[in-house]
Design a binder for this molecule. Structure first.
Ligand code: ATP
Ligand code: MG
Length: 420
């Protein structure tokens, strides 16, 4: 019989990767053309035509096909929303089914990669905490992922913390011993680990003694999107607008939902449209709410969120960028600037910093005790985040690697180690 194949699956809030162990090595599997990352996105058409995934899902949605785009699926794990059902393709469907469909799609790539080798086992990544300070929700989130994996025929399923998997990837490229802090700023969570790494230690079966501390907080790139949206975009749609000649303020919740990736679809129901119509008589500037109503009617909430995200990414490399909205809202194209964004982002960055310092102190270390800071995850591109890290650690000690693939490769190594 052929040797079994061992896999790692990094199901990210924004991007996923799949990796396969090759003896001592592991590599990422191409998931969409030559790309080894697949945006964690599903397009569920209204008719019975096939689902699409990743970039193709986003393209299908942007081309105006009738259906729903689902993004930020991981954020629903362990939450009350996970049990709720939405109308998808004419049926009431829950998030478990959507995530299962996404995993089933990934499994087609996995099956192609293993060819005729038997399925040896799979290690799924998980953040240090899916939810802050809620162990029960954390356990529900992990159990939900395990159940989905088993329903797809994986008999051997294990989990590894994402920042430990990233550490294993980093370790594969070093030549001596280093005390490393992994900083993984993803789409949904910021995760930290402190480990003693070396090529010799890498060969040990049990690494638990090398892990000095782990920590994490439910703050990631999607929260920065939300902050930018609430400060720059939602006010152009009526958020915080006055009502009754200045006597009142618009209720917040619909704007908060529209700024939150995984809650956008919940707005596409008749009740919301009716509420907006009623509120139109209260708001002092009804034209603002008309823009909101248009976004809901045209189901362009995800397109709007993508424009916000694009501007957020653009200002990582430029002082300012316009958030292009006119074609979606009929309103202005607000200018996002790095300096205004750092104000919007400050409370989120503060949470990341507190969690990072807490992880250090639980390892019994001062910043000077860390040999290398390995920065990874897409949101680690943000200049304000880099400034935060540079403020705590000495410049020569900070390094970066593959920002989107470092967790995935480490997971396949782990699968080989555990099941091989
Ligand atoms: N240049 C950039 N500047 C700012 N943010 C960026 C940049 N590039 C990517 N991002 C953000 O990084 C996030 C995605 O990062 P990543 O793919 O590491 O997350 P993930 O692994 O899917 O999420 P998680 O690990 O939290 O579940 C998104 O919010 C994206 O907008
Ligand atoms: Mg990640």
């Amino acid at each position: 019989m052929k040797n079994p194949a061992y896999f790692g699956l990094d199901f990210g809030t924004s991007n996923s990767t799949l990796s396969i162990a090759d003896g001592a090595n592991a590599h990422l599997i191409a998931l969409e053309g030559a790309a080894v990352t697949l945006p964690s996105t599903v397009f569920w058409p209204d008719d019975r035509s096939p689902l699409s995934f990743g970039r193709a899902a986003m393209d299908t949605y942007l081309q105006g096909e009738e259906g729903r785009l689902l993004r930020g699926l991981k954020s629903t794990l362990g939450s009350a929303l996970y049990a709720e059902k939405t109308l998808l393709g004419g049926r009431m469907i829950g998030f478990a089914t959507v995530i299962e469909a996404f995993f089933a799609h990934l499994k087609t790539h996995l099956d192609r990669a293993r060819a005729d080798r038997p399925l040896g086992g799979i290690v799924l990544g998980r953040p240090v905490h899916f939810h802050d300070g809620d162990a029960a929700a954390d356990a529900r989130a992990e159990a939900a992922l395990a159940e989905i994996a088993r329903s797809l025929g994986f008999d051997h399923v294990a989990f590894q913390l994402e920042p430990i998997a990233a550490a294993m990837t980093y370790e594969a490229g070093i030549s001596g011993e280093e005390l490393v802090l992994i900083v993984d700023i993803g789409g949904g969570t910021s995760d930290f680990s402190i480990l003693r790494l070396s090529p010799t230690r890498a060969r040990a079966a049990d690494r638990s003694g090398d892990i000095l501390a782990t920590g994490g907080v439910r703050v990631g790139g999607t929260d920065f999107d939300r902050a930018l949206s609430l400060d720059m975009v939602m006010p152009t749609l009526g958020y915080k607008a006055t009502t009754k000649g200045g006597a009142g303020l618009m209720p917040n919740h619909y704007f908060l939902d529209l700024a939150t990736w995984h809650k956008i679809n919940a707005l596409y129901v008749p009740r919301v449209a009716a509420d907006i119509k009623a509120m139109r008589h209260e708001i002092d500037r009804p034209e603002l709410l008309d823009r909101f109503a248009r976004v809901i009617a045209e189901k362009s909430g995800h397109a709007l969120a993508m424009r916000v995200e694009a501007a957020k990414i653009a200002i990582s490399d430029a002082e300012a960028a316009r958030i292009m909205l006119t074609d979606l809202t009929g309103g202005p194209n607000p200018m996002a600037t790095q300096s205004a964004f750092s104000d919007s982002a400050a409370p989120l960055l503060a949470k990341i910093k507190v969690t990072m310092l807490d992880t250090l102190s639980r390892a019994g270390l001062a910043p000077a005790g860390i040999g290398t800071v390995f920065l990874t995850g897409g949101a680690a591109h943000m200049p304000a985040l880099r400034a935060l890290v540079a403020d705590v650690f000495k410049a020569g000690h900070i390094t970066t690697g593959d920002m989107l693939g470092s967790v995935g490769a480490g997971l396949a190594h782990e699968a080989q180690r555990r099941f091989g």
